[in-house]
Design a protein around this ligand. Sequence first.
Ligand code: GLN
Length: 258
Amino acid sequence: MKITRTIIIALLVILVVVVGLLVYYLYVQPTTVKRVLRVGTSPDFPPFEFINETTNEIVGIDIDLVKLVAQKIGYEVEIVPIDFDGLIPALQAGQIDIVASGMTITEDRSKVVDFSIPYWEANQAILIVKGSQFKPRGLEDLNGKVVGVQTGTTAEELVTKYINETSANIQVKSYTSYILATQDLLNGRIDVVIVDEPVARALQRTYNVETSATIETGERYGFAVRKGNTELLSAINKALSEILSSQEWINIISKYTG
Ligand code: GLN
């Protein structure tokens, strides 16, 4: 009799513990644990995203901005490094939730992803080795030359379109990263790099390169989310528009542009 009672009490205790744990994990914990926003970025695009050589961390304007946005909408951030031309496929495959990578809002890209409101304006620049005799003033001066760009960028599109339209004799070399393109420029393997102008300005602070010309393209950067992810996008846009008119935004910019 006594043993049966002990067993029943023990079973009841176990039941209460199990039910308690279930309630905690199903209802209480999800509201206390922050959701994670997986951010895809190609960290070869200073000052927007690059690797801090001393800490080995991915930092930059985009990273600080996306962290601030995430914080405002209740997310923690996980930074996922991906080559630029792999960002949209990764977004579509559900491996990341947002692209923050100095990505220009284009008509073609807007067919496959949704963009946030713009947060930056940029043109393209022609980068040469510092002090080089060859100083192209525009695409028309690149005949017979080898041009480096990053795969999948608007710079690649710009020069390819120019070649198709003018049948200019320009050889295009596409790199997985703008850092590799810049190194090949310094090694003399290519004649110029075409890259977004604010990035050219950052690169010439670290490398022995300079801008010889800019090409007006009037690009605007936006964050990209999966097509139809409207709930996330409107939250992002609301946070972004608040941040873009704040002192915090000015601080982020001066932190990375000096
Ligand atoms: N703004 C350019 C583009 O969207 C380059 C971006 C990059 O290389 N990170 O294609």
